[in-house]
Design a protein around this ligand. Structure first.
Ligand code: GLU
Length: 312
């Protein structure tokens, strides 16, 4: 934090500086290619948007270009499922970092079909199943939740990305079938996979995402819409899960370098929450070996170093 505190930080200047300084990092990572539609995304993109608690959004670079949100949607679906179920939910999915890749099958077998946390793929499939059991229109519900929290009614799924993932989603299908065999999936496997692939295909930009996460920086109340999106207690819990499980197998490293609850996706987005200050989204499609955006991770580290704002 600067001597005069974070409120007087010139965020616009800071974001523009960061955008310039991350440029030399292009080429150090690889765009995700296991979902054919994602492989076609241009590599050299960088956007960043930060929304403060007064609802003001600062942006730089490709911050208004839509990208595939992918695993970041797991935070939205967890929020929805937590509104339906409290204690019971945690019998079906754990709250521990996995220490394994996000799509690992081996851990699921050892742990009898109970995924380690809601942010690995198996956990998100269980969450999709919970939503399916409580809503006649799960995909509509998820989309409406995102439209409402980001105050952008035009956000939608990219059905070509969803189709592309469905055609190549053998591992997710294996996990869903395996959990079904343990009784941890209630709806038909095809229904759950369809919800999951569709939710992952949401197309949003950095501005939308920084707004959609702002309530998590404000004890659950969105300063933009005034809605109580989650209770203060649920908000603390979602942030805790993001901190410990939100960055695949690099959550520890990210907490060490950045020190903010965050969630990343293989589309190259990362959203981070600075409680009582702001929420911020970065996007750049080249990923490191843990599946996190190279430029995005560095940009958030620069942001924390220069603002001094972290939860530690
Ligand atoms: N839809 C992707 C998958 O299941 C999401 C991965 C991610 O963003 O972590 O592989």
């Amino acid at each position: 934090m600067s001597a005069s505190g974070p409120d007087v930080i010139d965020y616009q200047k800071l974001l523009d500086e960061i955008a310039r300084e991350v440029e030399p990092l292009y080429g150090q990572g690889k765009v995700a290619s296991y979902i054919p539609a994602l492989a076609r995304v241009p590599a050299r993109k960088f956007g960043m948007a930060l929304t403060t608690l007064d609802g003001k959004t600062y942006r730089t670079g490709d911050a208004t270009e839509n990208f595939s949100v992918q695993s970041i949607t797991k935070v939205f679906t967890l929020s929805i499922a937590m509104a339906y179920m409290t204690g019971e939910l945690w019998r079906r999915v754990g709250r521990e970092p996995s220490g394994n890749p996000f799509n690992s099958l081996v851990q699921l077998e050892y742990e009898h079909g109970v995924p380690r946390n809601p942010f690995i793929n198996a956990g998100a499939l269980v969450i999709a199943d919970v939503i399916a059991a409580h809503s006649p229109d799960p995909k509509g519900l998820i989309r409406d939740f995102v439209r409402r929290t980001s105050a952008n009614p035009s956000i939608d799924y990219d059905l070509e990305v969803a189709r592309s993932e469905a055609e190549a989603g053998f591992r997710n299908a294996a996990m869903a079938n395996f959990m079904k065999s343990h009784g941890n999936i209630e709806s038909p496997v095809e229904t759950v996979l369809d919800i999951y692939f569709t939710q992952c295909s949401l197309a949003m930009n950095c501005v939308d995402l920084s707004r959609a996460f702002l309530h998590l920086a404000n004890q659950g109340r969105s300063p933009i819409t005034g809605d109580e999106v989650a209770t203060p207690r649920k908000t603390r819990r979602i942030n805790a899960l993001m901190l410990t499980c939100g960055l695949y197998d690099a959550a520890g490293r990210f907490a060490f370098h950045v020190g903010l609850p965050a969630k990343s996706g293989v589309g190259g987005g990362i959203v981070a929450v600075a409680p009582r200050h702001y929420s911020v989204c970065v996007w750049s499609p080249e990923l490191d070996t843990t599946g996190n955006s190279v430029l995005g991770s560095h940009a958030l580290e620069m942001l924390t170093n220069r603002t001094g704002v972290s939860i530690f």
